[in-house]
Ligand binder design. Structure first.
Ligand SMILES: Cc1cc2nc3c(=O)[nH]c(=O)nc-3n(C[C@H](O)[C@H](O)[C@H](O)COP(=O)(O)OP(=O)(O)OC[C@H]3O[C@@H](n4cnc5c(N)ncnc54)[C@H](O)[C@@H]3O)c2cc1C
Length: 472
């Protein structure tokens, strides 16, 4: 039964970062927008991703601080974890942020529809509510932002000890033994969190190294640090199955056929990436195409094959990052407003991994720059000698900057800034600007960094590339 039919300037399907950013940004420009969400506003990022995972990591950081308090002259007993409190704190943060999005939608008169949105011809969207009732709305433009869900692997069905990021984030205790299948960014964040909180953690990674996309110098720092947390890193191994035990745990089987190994654990975190979730979008009778991997096909302007229909965020084959979803949302909305746009430059977006030690980068790493044919000059500085790093007691890590070598043999344009160490996710903005402004090292070296600060390391590394320095 069609209850109503309402016309909007813009209809957005999916209320995660891509979707809510599109609706709110459009509304701030005076657009009459509708936002269709079948679950909770905020999507993966707020409810099952970035925010809860970082809240857990912060608990792990507090645990580390307390454990090392004596080094700062603070006598305390050994820290004990009450993870139910951690969970409640995380839930409060999430609820506050989700409520904030709802309030912003209300304030900007974005109409929120609770239900599954499916797109038909002529930009008509049918919203099916939980009770089965349907509402039809139409947009002059439509943005698809249905996001992604965890990928699964054969023989590891969710349930009991087998978890994806969704279930791990609902844990109310620290498992004694945890195996993380997949050593990517999300897997490493969980490994880091639970190892710092006292779990015995093993990472099983099929590729030859964890964090495979990362510059080797940075990856080595993370591996060394993880080892000092007693995280057992097993690379080049394939998990084949598991045998549950009566105590609620399981034995994971992995390795080559002729040398299968077994690991008894309480929790298995399957962290092998995320797949796009176009499953409930309908799309029949439209020109929107979905490729063989499930991604909605778009051009560099996020335009689908259907006139006036865009797709953004994890639903399309671009970096699966909330802030990339924001950028794509803005790109799409500006086009609906008839404004000039330039495509998102995906090779220059900021990346951040919040494990301990943190990792952040923008632009090409050394291997990529060389593979792209650049003649490069590289400078590296460790946090070990940085005064603020010593003050905060976090001296592992480095800054590494890759610059294009000019005809005179000197370092010229900054191609990439890569950092690992304390709070580098908060320090990347200078490097991000340098890369995206296509600045030269001489230009960036003119800028003054505050002293004492962690960000001085970026300044010193840039200065070294000018051929001079006072701290190198
Ligand atoms: C553990 C974890 C940690 C992460 N950490 C970070 C991080 O630190 N930084 C970062 O940038 N990224 C991080 N990410 C990735 C980030 O969460 C995603 O890139 C981001 O959420 C994608 O936004 P999106 O809007 O495209 O999709 P989603 O956030 O997945 O939102 C899609 C929304 O659409 C809804 N939906 C789907 N189909 C329909 C339909 N037919 N009708 C109505 N609603 C529908 C879904 O219910 C969902 O709410 C992390 C992810 C995970 C899992």
């Amino acid at each position: 039964m069609i209850a109503t039919s309402e016309q909007f300037d813009l209809v957005v399907i999916g209320g995660g970062p891509g979707g809510y950013a599109a609706a709110l940004y459009a509304a701030s420009a005076g657009v009459k927008a509708a936002l269709v969400e079948m679950d909770a506003l905020g999507g993966t990022c707020l409810n099952r991703g970035c925010i809860p995972a970082k809240a857990f990591l912060e608990t792990a950081a507090v645990h580390r601080h307390v454990a090392h308090a004596a080094e700062f002259g603070i006598e305390t007993s050994a820290p004990a974890v009450n993870f139910a409190v951690t969970q409640a704190r995380k839930n409060k943060i999430v609820a506050g942020l989700v409520g904030g999005i709802a309030a912003m939608c209300k304030g900007r008169k974005v109409e929120v529809f609770n239900g599954i949105g499916s797109l038909g011809p002529d930009r008509r969207v049918t919203v099916t509510a939980l009770d089965g009732s349907t509402t039809e709305i139409t947009g002059d433009s439509v943005i698809l932002a249905a996001g992604s869900v965890p990928r699964l692997i054969p023989n590891f069905e969710r349930g009991g000890p087998i978890m994806t990021s969704d279930e791990v984030l609902d844990l109310d205790h620290i498992p004694a033994r945890m195996v993380v299948v997949g050593g990517g960014a999300i897997g490493c964040e969980f490994a880091s969190t639970f190892a710092d909180l006292g779990a015995a953690v093993t990472i099983l990674e099929g590729l030859p190294k964890i964090l495979p996309g990362l510059d080797n110098d940075l990856a080595n720092v993370v591996v060394k640090s993880f080892k000092s947390k007693r995280i057992d890193i097993r690379t080049g191994v394939k998990v084949t199955g598991h045998t549950p035990n009566t105590a609620g745990g399981t034995t994971v089987h992995f390795g080559p056929e002729d040398h299968v190994e077994h690991l008894d654990v309480d929790v298995v975190v399957v962290s092998v990436g995320r797949r796009p979730f176009a499953d409930r979008l309908g799309l029949d009778g439209t020109g929107v195409k979905v490729d063989e991997r499930g991604f909605v096909v778009v051009d560099e302007f996020c335009r689908t094959g259907e006139d006036g229909v865009y797709a953004v965020g994890d639903l399309i084959d671009t970096p699966q990052l909330a802030h990339v979803g924001y950028a794509e949302a803005i790109l799409a909305v500006k086009q609906t407003l008839g404004e000039d746009v330039v495509p998102v430059m995906y090779d220059r977006v900021p990346w951040a991994i919040y494990c301990h030690p943190e990792v952040a980068w923008a632009g090409l790493d050394e291997q990529q720059a060389k593979a792209a044919g650049y003649d490069v000059v590289v400078a590296k500085h460790p946090f070990k000698f940085n005064s603020r790093a010593q003050i905060v007691g976090e001296t592992e890590g480095l800054a590494k900057i890759i610059a294009e070598k000019g005809a005179d043999g000197r370092a010229g344009r900054v191609l990439g800034v890569h950092m690992v160490g304390p709070w580098v996710t908060e320090q990347l903005s200078g490097g991000y600007l340098a890369v995206n402004w296509e600045a030269t090292v001489d230009e960036v070296a003119e800028f003054i960094q505050p002293h004492p600060s962690l960000s001085e390391l970026f300044g010193e590394t840039v200065m070294t590339l000018t051929g001079r320095n006072f701290n190198g």
